[in-house]
Design a protein around this ligand. Structure first.
Ligand SMILES: *Cc1c(COP(=O)(O)O)cnc(C)c1O
Length: 374
């Protein structure tokens, strides 16, 4: 009958057999579409790649073993010794440590700028060109918003490749901008249940072909079983994301009024410094909130330990709400100047909202905030 399954089957196989020698030659040369080894490609992984690329509005994608592998594969694909890369204080810590550590060791130069000071990027690019500008919006863990139109136009004018780590915003956001490459940690919203690790690089050809060649050299491939879990997760991506954003909006507004909370950063709150930009650039405001517990570090720790429904751990985009001490998890590599620029204080926490009932989340936060100073 030649009909198709509703759900992409899991090809849990490392190899694909060849019947004819000529098929090997035509597959290797690309004349024949086919699979032969799952480090290079696998039908389940390929289905995921095409789905994610379509959602993000680009030609093609590569699924990899983790979000960090996606970042590092991008860096190693487009940078050579002597090139410069620009990253930001307001970004995921392992991004900065890779740039400052391994890339620097191989002669790749870097600058770490402030995302919320677009004039400094413009003048830095005028004084010296860069090969790659990698940024986040909203940024991890403090939810700052980049002026994407300005950033992309300044970077392009200087001949730099622009890459957005779009993990916090999701696949349905930011596709309208002339961004060259999107990076995602699939471990967050794509999987959605906190049970799989993966990453993606999404771009148009021919850039994606260049990156894929390096990906084959590095070998940080996605396992087919993980791809199956991500395809399954993506079936409810929109539903989950919508509920998480709705919950986050309610929780952020409630936190802002709570006398035991010092400050709240959520792009959907009118008090957020880039609320106007977020409103213009995004279809929604995401599910992550940063806030400071009133008091000192020991009171923040007490608050975390009092929580019952919300789990203390890293990560985000799960069905379950998760909370992390930002200073301990995400600021270890920052100089004192950079830490101040980042806005992370010893009492800052990052709350990643799940799909629970918002009243239950608020009740848990309320009892923990009441007890934190007793
Ligand atoms: C989690 C995260 C990553 C890394 O992803 P892994 O899948 O954990 O390797 C990269 N960038 C951002 C913004 C993240 O939040």
């Amino acid at each position: 009958m030649g009909n198709h399954p509703l759900v992409d089957p899991l090809y849990q196989t490392a190899k694909f057999r060849f019947e004819r020698f000529s098929d090997i030659e035509s597959t290797l040369s690309g004349q024949l579409q086919g699979f032969f080894y799952s480090r290079i490609s696998n039908p389940t992984v390929r289905s995921l790649e095409m789905l994610l690329a379509k959602l993000q509005g680009r030609d093609d994608g590569i699924a990899l073993a983790s979000g960090v592998a996606a970042l590092n594969t991008l860096f190693l694909s487009v940078l050579s010794p002597g090139d410069e890369v620009i990253v930001f204080v307001q970004s995921y810590k392992p991004t900065r440590t890779f740039v400052r550590g391994l890339l620097a060791r191989f002669g790749i130069k870097y600058r770490v700028l402030s995302l919320t000071d677009p004039a400094s990027l413009e003048s830095e690019l005028k004084s010296r060109p860069a090969r790659l500008v990698l940024f986040e919006s909203p940024s991890n863990p403090m939810l700052r918003i980049a002026n994407i139109e300005r950033l992309v136009s300044d970077a392009k004018a200087a001949g730099a490749i622009t890459a957005l780590d779009n993990t916090f915003a999701g696949f349905h956001n930011h596709g309208q901008f002339e961004i060259d490459v999107f990076i995602h940690s699939l471990s967050k919203f794509a999987g959605g249940h906190g049970d799989a690790i993966g990453g993606a690089i999404i771009a148009n050809k021919p850039l994606i072909d260049t990156i894929r060649a390096t990906h084959f050299d590095l070998g940080a491939c996605m396992d087919p079983h993980s791809a199956y879990l991500f395809l399954r997760g993506m079936k409810t991506y929109t539903l989950r994301f919508r509920q998480q954003c709705e919950n986050a909006r309610k929780v952020a507004a409630w936190l802002e009024k709570n006398p035991s909370v010092e400050r709240v950063l959520y792009p959907g709150l009118p008090s957020h410094p880039e609320h106007g930009l977020a409103k213009k650039q995004m279809k929604d405001f995401g599910s992550v909130i940063a806030f400071d517990v009133k008091g000192d570090r020991s009171q923040m720790i007490r608050f975390l330990e009092e929580l019952k429904l919300i789990s203390v751990t890293a990560s985000l985009g799960s069905t379950d709400s998760l909370i992390a001490p930002s200073h301990l998890f995400y600021a270890g590599d920052l100089t004192e100047d950079e830490r101040q620029t980042s806005g992370i204080s010893p009492t800052t926490v990052r709350l990643a909202i799940g799909i629970e009932h918002p009243d239950d989340l608020i009740a848990d936060l309320e009892q923990a905030l009441q007890n934190h100073s007793v």
